[in-house]
Write a protein that binds this ligand. Structure first.
Ligand code: AMP
Ligand code: MG
Length: 623
């Protein structure tokens, strides 16, 4: 029973449960979280009963008149309750725990209590931990009704007063934030604003026409993910070398011009080009030599030149360099230039040709590569602002999984997904949190997801998201946040979970990848990878597909995207050719290891004939 019978005195007497919150009402959120945990939900309300009834649950007013508090609601609930147990939750607690009922019930049964209530530990300002009971989050036996009636008849109205007459079991919950309620309009606004900063999945999806989670085209799933994830904001400065593979957090503006002066591109002779004669040889007197990195005050006049080395600063008045090997004649102090050997301006590098002072040398969002390190060094910049490294936690789910080193019991397999993920994530340059194997058991899964959520920016799981999977992964994921389960129009890798989960004030983006080893890689490469890059702050870039001729025919059904493992080679004529590797079963990792690329066959594509051009994504280069 959702307790919505209060007067709402702290909310300016508005009806709390009906306050708009994240696209619904507060009570609707509570209902949504409670419904999967119980047989039937009812709402206890003394006003606006029609509005509550619209939520699709029976509405029961207090039988005691005069807004007598939560015990009056409880009494009504117990009187109408068709089951042996009644659970209560207040209408302003939209974050209540997904395992509230289960845990209260376990304690009620094992301790043979009349009532079980939730408690959390809270730390006060002095840093001392106190037990905080949450009496409105309770599970009560129907058999306690006569004692409640008696307590209320005596005029008792206090929860703790009533609890003295029955046996109470306390259940400690770790996530205190799950019990927070919204007491004032200001708090409500604050919660709404916290959300405004980032869109919900619903916000993103509502802009799409014909969205159906059971049939999501690849491009749509990619779009939703791209719109939903947010980059990490924190920036740090790192020494230049350490910036390799990191994402630039700001434009790098060149503090100098590179090169700083006009200079020679060759070893030779520098002079003013207007002296060249198109018909006759030109002979110039050599007045001195200019070396790279050594300033000179030579100023050649008409009929004069300087000997100059590559990188030497062009003396005033000089705009042309004759490479030494092109000279028609060289003596100790003269050089002769044959007609039409060089033209004015040849072999001169301009100041700022590489980079002009004040212009952006590299843009924010760029992943720093070797050339960038060099470029940044050429600007004399020693420290580079980069985005904080993304932290990605990952684990495998499945009772059948064993870790390397463990004996392989019948029907079990070694966990390979964690290793593939380790490899792909390492290449991306994120910080890894490898959380091992998690059993298909609700408590372990919830603990692992919470732990991952509290320690990382993104969580990647494998397994347990397929249709009809006999495990709890989906169930638990759904209760921890804004998570959607897709059937994607692709092969391999149809099932996938995506969203954002929350735990104890932390949140993380969640990628629930399928269990099959090849499906894990494909969904990582085509969905998670882009999302993680975006979270790292990298500017968007498309996969670089190349075209190749298909060596043989490929069977393909239109209406879905297929990713086939391929081996790309260059044939004798220099043309790119791709062959599909052996069996394409989504569990067969060997054919993935043999492949050097994926053949991407888009939705509209039908069968491919031998010799047709297909798109290919090379593994090498998928950082
Ligand atoms: P699931 O989606 O959990 O039903 O898993 C689909 C298939 O992938 C099952 O055959 C699993 O045994 C297999 N699988 C799931 N996780 C892993 C893993 N980490 N390593 C190897 N195989 C796995
Ligand atoms: Mg499984």
């Amino acid at each position: 029973m959702i307790l919505a019978g209060g007067r709402g005195t702290r909310m300016g007497r508005v009806d709390k449960g009906l306050q708009p919150f994240r696209g619904a009402t507060l009570a609707a959120h509570v209902l949504r979280r409670l419904a999967p945990q119980v047989h039937v939900v009812a709402i206890n309300a003394n006003r606006n009963q029609e509005a509550y009834a619209a939520l699709g649950a029976p509405v029961l007013p207090d039988e005691l008149t005069g807004f007598e508090g939560p015990l009056a609601g409880l009494q009504t609930g117990l009187r109408h309750c068709a089951t042996d147990l009644l659970v209560t939750a207040p209408c302003d607690s939209p974050f209540l725990p997904p395992d509230l009922v289960q845990r209260l019930r376990d304690a009620l049964v094992t301790q043979q209590a009349d009532l079980a209530l939730a408690v959390t530990m809270e730390t006060d300002e002095a840093g001392v931990a106190h037990k905080q009971p949450h009496p409105v989050f309770s599970l009560v036996r129907k058999s306690a009704l006569p004692r409640l009636d008696a307590y209320l008849a005596e005029g008792g109205r206090r929860m703790d007063g009533w609890h003295k007459s029955i046996k109470v079991a306390e259940v400690l919950f770790n996530d205190a934030a799950a019990f927070r309620n919204i007491n004032t309009l200001a708090e409500l606004q604050q919660e709404e604003q916290a959300r405004d900063a980032a869109p919900t999945l619903q916000d993103v999806v509502s802009c799409l026409s014909g969205y159906d989670p059971h049939a999501v085209p690849v491009s749509q799933a990619q779009h939703i993910i791209r719109e939903f994830v947010q980059p990490v904001r924190a920036v740090e400065k790192v020494a230049l070398r350490a910036a390799l593979g990191r994402v630039l957090a700001a434009d790098l503006v060149s503090p100098i011009s590179v090169p700083a002066h006009d200079n020679s591109a060759m070893d030779g002779f520098a002079f003013a080009g207007d002296q060249l004669d198109g018909e006759h040889p030109t002979t110039l007197q050599v007045i001195g030599a200019v070396y790279a990195g050594r300033p000179s005050d030579l100023r050649p006049q008409a009929g004069e030149c300087v000997r100059i080395m590559t990188g030497g600063v062009m003396p005033p008045g000089c705009d042309t360099v004759l490479p030494q090997e092109l000279a028609a004649g060289i003596t100790d102090d003269h050089v002769t230039i044959a007609p039409r050997t060089v033209k004015t301006g040849d072999n001169r590098r301009f100041k700022g040709e590489d980079l002009m002072e004040g212009s952006p040398a590299l843009k924010a969002g760029k992943i720093v590569r070797p050339a960038d390190l060099g470029l940044i060094a050429s600007l004399g910049i020693a420290e580079v602002p980069v985005r904080r490294k993304l932290r990605v936690a990952f684990f495998s789910t499945g009772d059948e999984l064993r870790s390397i080193g463990e004996p392989l019991a019948p029907g079990c397999v070694y966990d390979s997904n964690r290793y593939t993920l380790h490899g792909m994530l390492t290449r991306l340059g994120v910080e890894l949190v490898d959380m091992g194997i998690v059993k298909d058991d609700p408590a372990s899964l919830e603990a692992a997801l919470r732990d991952a959520c509290e320690s990382a920016d993104a969580v990647i799981t494998s397994g347990g998201v397929s249709v009809g999977a006999a495990d709890y992964t989906k169930q638990i994921m759904a209760t921890l946040g804004d998570v959607t389960f897709w059937t994607i129009g692709m092969r391999p890798g149809r099932p996938m979970a995506f969203g954002k989960i929350h735990s104890n004030g932390h949140s993380a983006f969640l990628f629930g990848l399928p269990g099959n080893p090849v499906a894990v890689m494909v969904t990582f490469y085509f969905f998670a990878r882009h999302a993680l890059l975006r979270m790292m702050g990298a500017s968007a870039s498309d996969d670089l597909l190349v075209q190749a001729r298909s060596f043989g025919p490929i069977r393909k059904k239109p209406g879905r995207t297929e990713y086939q493992r391929g081996i790309l080679t260059v044939n004798a004529d220099g043309a790119r050719e791709v062959r599909i590797t052996g069996s394409q079963g989504s569990g067969i990792l060997r054919s993935m290891a043999e492949a050097n690329c994926m053949v991407v066959l888009p939705d509209h594509q039908g069968n491919v004939a031998a010799g047709d051009l297909v798109d290919v994504l090379l593994f090498e280069g998928l950082i």
